[in-house]
Design a protein around this ligand. Structure first.
Ligand SMILES: [Zn+2]
Length: 161
């Protein structure tokens, strides 16, 4: 299951609508191994195409350097389809190199740049095999240490003292 906070979900949808009819693409980075999509990074579709997306290679290199420096990984890799359903194309499947990432597909085919619902779906793509998963949108991501359920004994904000 993919859990996204509302602001990140809205950001991805807004990006897809803005770039329609071209495909929009980007990443949501998060701490390595955390499965927490925390930092939305809109990327440029270097292909500038309504049927294909391609991260700009310079931007992609910069992104990976930045994520390395922050001990982050791409938790979500998203792009939009603007005329077809929100399902990975054969090209998308062939390009999916992150077995731990959630591959999000947004389809703007119904409302384009305008207000209105989009199809928003998430997949795991491992060795060419596509598995859809549920998407849950929450107001904010759960605390990083859900074990600390008692606020009286939890350590709270490590920066507080
Ligand atoms: Zn695609």
């Amino acid at each position: 299951m993919l859990i996204l906070d509302r602001a990140t979900y809205d950001g991805i949808v807004a990006h897809a609508k803005r770039d329609h009819p071209d495909e929009a693409c980007g990443v949501v980075a998060g701490p390595e191994g955390s499965d927490r999509p925390e930092r939305l990074v809109e990327m440029v579709n270097a292909a500038g195409s309504p049927t294909f997306y391609e991260f700009d290679s310079t931007d992609l290199l910069a992104l990976y350097r930045d994520m390395d420096a922050r001990d982050e990984e791409p938790v979500v890799v998203y792009h939009s389809h603007t005329a077809t359903e929100a399902y990975p194309s054969r090209t998308d499947i062939g390009l999916a190199m992150e077995p731990r990432a959630h591959y999000v597909l947004v389809s703007t085919r119904e409302h384009g740049n305008n207000q209105g619902p989009v199809e928003f779906r998430s997949y795991r793509i491992v060795d060419g095999e596509v598995t859809e998963e549920d998407v849950t949108v929450v107001d904010s991501l759960p605390a990083e240490h859900p074990i600390a359920t008692n606020p009286a004994t939890s350590q709270g904000d490590p920066d507080a003292r």
